[in-house]
Ligand binder design. Structure first.
Ligand SMILES: [Zn+2]
Length: 343
């Protein structure tokens, strides 16, 4: 298998890396929307992080990559096998999947469909799993999510939120696990996402072409070194990648015990009120992201520092446009944060 560019070797893009790390720690945050220029390696960080995560135990032959230890979320195939044999299902290690959703993918291709070939040749109604099945327990990456049909984006967000794909059609009724972190990239200049869809993504980040000379030179230098000798380059970054992996695993363990004091909840609510975000999704995401951030830092409870750190990526895509004020959303969030959480 080809080597993936090491996560630690990515120059800058701190907010993007932080957002993906938080999603990897708490998948209920609701995915990441990445806005930015072409050619800034938006998908690199996702692939790098997935490659860095430890391989997972999965049931041998399962098309959904079910976790053998989790009976509750087993697919129909595994549930049937388990019921029939009462034996432990054989398992093997698989890498964390990153599935690309190609532009123009049909709904059938995404959610799965009736296996026509089997239906015609054997007269058997069976299910041909789609991309959502392959993405189970991993990442689903959509390049240019703004060019995807709205109903498909809606559907993807629904499945990502519920962790389950339900297909009812052509006499088929299938339900299978589809837990994944949704990562969508968009070019702000090419069509915009409806605000209702924007709001359903947990976090959003902006990735820019580096404007500092040093950073640009470093990006090119590392990319070149990697392409010339991927093995040597990966080895050179192994220690830092190992460190990041341990940090994620520790944060996942710690997450449930991180305390969210009422003061932090109030802080989050005040910030959302000051910015006039609709509904409560902003408050909820802000708290979840701050908790994941605290878990990654090894902190026992959520405080102003964590809220401050995650506010822009949890809220900037939820702001209503003010026709009298064309200040960018990041600036507006930063301003409100500075007023509410000085220091
Ligand atoms: Zn299964």
């Amino acid at each position: 298998m080809a080597l993936t560019f090491p996560f630690s070797a990515i120059v800058g893009q701190d907010e993007m890396k932080q957002a993906i790390l938080m999603s990897a720690v708490d998948s209920t945050i609701g995915g990441v929307l990445v806005f930015g220029d072409r050619g800034t390696g938006k998908s690199t960080a996702v692939r790098a992080l997935a490659a860095l995560l430890p391989k997972m135990q999965a049931v041998v032959g399962c098309r959904y990559g079910c976790d053998p230890a989790s009976e509750g979320s087993a697919c129909p195939d595994c549930a049937a096998l388990r019921g029939a044999s009462r034996a432990r299902l054989a398992s093997h290690l698989i890498p964390v999947p990153v599935v690309d959703l190609p532009l123009g993918a049909t709904e059938d291709r995404v959610v799965g469909a009736l296996d026509l070939e089997r239906a015609l040749s054997q007269g058997v109604k069976s299910f041909e799993p789609g991309l959502l099945a392959r993405a189970n327990r991993g990442f689903l990456y959509i390049d240019e999510v703004n060019l995807l049909e709205d109903h498909l984006v809606d559907l993807l967000i629904d499945v990502a939120a519920s962790g389950e794909n339900v297909v009812e059609r052509e006499g088929l009724s299938v339900r299978h696990p589809a837990r994944f972190v949704l990562i969508g990239s968009g070019n702000p200049e090419e069509g915009e996402l409806r605000p209702q869809l924007l709001d359903r993504f947990g976090l959003s980040v902006e990735v820019r072409t580096p404007q500092e000379l040093e950073a640009r030179v470093e990006v090119v230098k590392r990319r070149d070194a990697f392409e010339r000798d991927p093995a040597a380059f990966s080895l050179a970054w192994k220690k830092e990648d190992d460190h990041t992996r341990r940090m994620i695993l520790a944060a996942r363990k710690r997450l449930d015990s991180v305390i969210v004091p009422d003061a932090a909840r109030q802080g989050a609510a005040k910030l959302c009120m000051a910015l006039g975000t609709d509904g409560l999704r902003g408050d909820l995401t802000l708290i979840r992201a701050a908790r994941a951030n605290a878990a990654l830092q090894g902190d026992a409870q959520v405080g102003g520092t964590h809220l401050r750190r995650v506010a822009a990526c949890a809220l900037r895509h939820r702001l209503r446009r003010n026709p009298l004020d064309d200040t960018g959303s990041t600036t507006r969030v930063d301003r409100a944060v500075a007023e509410l959480f000085p220091g």
